[in-house]
Design a protein around this ligand. Structure first.
Ligand SMILES: *Cc1c(COP(=O)(O)O)cnc(C)c1O
Ligand SMILES: [Zn+2]
Length: 420
C-alpha cells in the first residue's frame, strides 16, 4: 500500500480503516503517503495522459488498488477574470469554477468520490453524512450511482433546492431540528453504533484528500506554476488545508518550482470562527452560533479550524469575513462581470477578496485564484426581492418601441450595476 492513516499529532500509524480520530491522543488522523514509491507514477507526462477529470491525479489519492472510476468528477475551468478584476482593484485574477463540478455542481463531488471508493473497499452497503447542503446532494447522487443506500442528516431549515436536490436521488433524508454542529455530533454517535460509512465522520481522512484535486488542477491549469495567492471559503476548514497540501506535494515531487503561496480564508460574518481567530491572532477556535445566509459555510465549531488557522498563518496569508448583504452583492458582481452564477459561498469568497485587495493584503499584480465552490441555482432564495418581475408587453414591434422609450427615459427601472 502506498498510503495509510496516521495521527496528525503523535504520528501513530492506524493502517487503513474507517476511523478519523487517534485513540491515543484524540487528534485527527490524516492520510500519509510513501512519496518515494509514488514519485515515478506522478509526473507531468503521466498526468497529461489521464482523462480530463480528477482521476488523472489518482496516484496521490487514497484509492483502493482495484478502483475503477465511473464518474468524470472535477477538472473544472480555471478562468481569467479581467472584468471582475477591474471592479475589485485586481489585475491578475483567476476564478476556479467548481460551480460546474459534476455531478452535483459543487466541489463536494470531489471529496465524496474518494470517500465512496473507500466505503466500497471497507464493505459498507450504506453511506451517510452530516451536511450543510452540498455534501448531502453529492453523497445522495454518487450513492445512487454506486449502488449504496444513503442516509443524509441535515439541519431542518436548509435551502429548498438543497433538500430537493438530495431527495431526488432516493436518499433517506433526516431533517434535524438543530444547528449543523448538533447534526454532526449526532452523526458521530450514530457512526459508533452502526456499520455505516459516514463520508465526513469515519471516512473523513479519505474524504478530505479529495479536496487536494482543486490544488492539483489550479497548478496544472496555470501551466504547472503555483499562484501567489489563493482565496478559499471555509466551513469545516478542510478545503483550504488540502489545497495547501496539494501544492506542497507538487513541490516535493518536483512538478512545480518551489514558491511561497499565501492562503486567504473567507467566511460570512455571521459564522466566522476561523476568520475571527486569525484576525485576533489566536490559534484556537472559539465556537460560534451560526447566523448567516451562507448556509453551506455555517459551521460554528469547525473540525479542521485549528489546522486552517495554521495553514493561513504559516503561509503569511490572512482571513476576512463579509456581511450577508455583501454576499448578495458579490454574487451579483461575479455574475454581471464574468457570467458565473455562484451560491452564497462564492459570494463570500468574492466579497472577502474585494476586502483583501482594498487592505493591500493582496496586491494587484500578484497571481490570485478565487475558489468558487458551488452553484447559484441552489441558493436562489437569497436573491428574492433583488429583481422585480417586469410587466408583460404585447408581442408587437410598436409595443416594444414604446417600452424601450420608457426604459431610456428612466420611467421603467433598468438593471443597475452593483458595487461590493
Ligand atoms: C463545504 C463547502 C465549503 C467549505 O469546505 P470545508 O472543507 O468544510 O472548509 C466551501 N464551499 C462550499 C460551496 C461548500 O459546500
Ligand atoms: Zn495520536
Amino acid at each position: 500500500m502506498t498510503y495509510e492513516l496516521r495521527c496528525r499529532e503523535c504520528q501513530k500509524s492506524w493502517g487503513n480503516q474507517p476511523r478519523s480520530i487517534c485513540d491515543e491522543c484524540f487528534s485527527p488522523l490524516e492520510v500519509f503517503y510513501d512519496y518515494d514509491a509514488i514519485r515515478p507514477r506522478f509526473t507531468r507526462e503521466k498526468i497529461a495522459q489521464g482523462a480530463p477529470n480528477m482521476w488523472r491525479y489518482s496516484a496521490l489519492l487514497p484509492l483502493p488498488e482495484n478502483f475503477r472510476p465511473t464518474l468524470p468528477v472535477g477538472f473544472t475551468p480555471l478562468l481569467e477574470a479581467p472584468r471582475l478584476a477591474k471592479q475589485i482593484g485586481a489585475k491578475n485574477l483567476y476564478v476556479k469554477n467548481d460551480a460546474v463540478c459534476l455531478p452535483t455542481l459543487s466541489f463536494k463531488d470531489r471529496v465524496v468520490a474518494v470517500a465512496l471508493a473507500q466505503a466500497k473497499e471497507f464493505g459498507f452497503d450504506t453511506v451517510a453524512c452530516s451536511s450543510t447542503g452540498n455534501l448531502a446532494n453529492s453523497t445522495a447522487a454518487q450513492a445512487a450511482r454506486s449502488g449504496f443506500k444513503s442516509w443524509i442528516f441535515i439541519p431542518a431549515d436548509l435551502e429548498p433546492a438543497k433538500i430537493l436536490g438530495t431527495q431526488i436521488f432516493g436518499a433517506k433524508l433526516v431533517r434535524i431540528a438543530g444547528s449543523y454542529d448538533q447534526v454532526n455530533r449526532l452523526c458521530s454517535q450514530i457512526a459508533d453504533e452502526r456499520r455505516w460509512g459516514f463520508v465526513n465522520v469515519n471516512l473523513r481522512p479519505y474524504y478530505a484528500e479529495g479536496s487536494k484535486t482543486v490544488g492539483f488542477e489550479i497548478a496544472e491549469q496555470l501551466g504547472w506554476r503555483l499562484p501567489d495567492n489563493v482565496v478559499v471559503p471555509m466551513a469545516g476548514g478542510s478545503l483550504i488545508t488540502k489545497i495547501k497540501k496539494a501544492f506542497d506535494e507538487l513541490i516535493l515531487l518536483g512538478l512545480v518550482a518551489p514558491k511561497p503561496v499565501k492562503f486567504f480564508g473567507a467566511q460570512a460574518t455571521g459564522c466566522s470562527p476561523i476568520s475571527t481567530a486569525v484576525k485576533a491572532h489566536r490559534d484556537e477556535i472559539e465556537p460560534q452560533k451560526a447566523a448567516t445566509i451562507a448556509r453551506s459555510l455555517a459551521i460554528g465549531n469547525p473540525a479542521d479550524g485549528h489546522y486552517a488557522i495554521k495553514a493561513i498563518n504559516e503561509s503569511g496569508g490572512w482571513a476576512e469575513d463579509v456581511s450577508d448583504a455583501g454576499v448578495v452583492k458579490s454574487i451579483q458582481l461575479l455574475a454581471e462581470t464574468e457570467g458565473i452564477f455562484t451560491e452564497t459561498a462564492g459570494g463570500v469568497t468574492v466579497g472577502c477578496a474585494a476586502k483583501l485587495y482594498k487592505q493591500d493584503r493582496i496586491l494587484p499584480d500578484e497571481t490570485t485564484v478565487l475558489c468558487i465552490t458551488g452553484n447559484g441555482l441552489k441558493t436562489t432564495d437569497v436573491l428574492a426581492g433583488q429583481y422585480q418581475a417586469e410587466a408583460a408587453i404585447a408581442p408587437k414591434l410598436s409595443e416594444f418601441n414604446k417600452y424601450l422609450e420608457a426604459v431610456l427615459d428612466g420611467q421603467v427601472e433598468a438593471a443597475e450595476t452593483v458595487e461590493v
